[in-house]
Design a protein. Structure first.
Length: 118
């Protein structure tokens, strides 16, 4: 399991075409990719299971705890991105609720575009 950060501080200022915004790049793929949105209510859980393909969980709102194959939980919140490899066991839970975008694809490589969380 790897935890990245895509908050505003990790973005780049874009001024091309008279623009004025910050963009945090997340992922780039050249194969089929599934993108979905997950809504976990208070005390919600995505149960412990094996990833069918590599997946990236982007916490958009709220906070919770994630784990990989070890029984060690890590706190995550808005702006964090959690990556699990194919066949990696994992779980996500929250006591307060969270909303997340999940990206699943055989060709995910978040380290090519994002920085690991410190």
């Amino acid at each position: 399991m790897e935890i990245y950060n895509f908050d505003r501080d990790n973005g780049k200022k874009i001024t091309k075409f008279n623009s004025d915004f910050v963009m945090s790049h997340i992922i780039q793929t050249d194969k089929a990719t599934t993108i979905g949105c997950i809504y976990l209510e208070e005390n919600g859980i995505i149960g412990y299971h094996k990833a069918v393909v590599p997946q990236l969980l982007l916490i958009m709102n709220g906070e919770g705890h994630v784990r990989g194959e070890k029984e060690e939980y890590y706190q995550v919140g808005t702006g964090d991105a959690v990556f699990w490899n194919k066949d990696e066991w994992h779980e996500t839970k929250t006591s307060v609720g969270l909303t997340a975008i999940v990206i699943e694809s055989e060709v995910l490589n978040p380290s090519s575009i994002m920085t690991l969380k410190k």
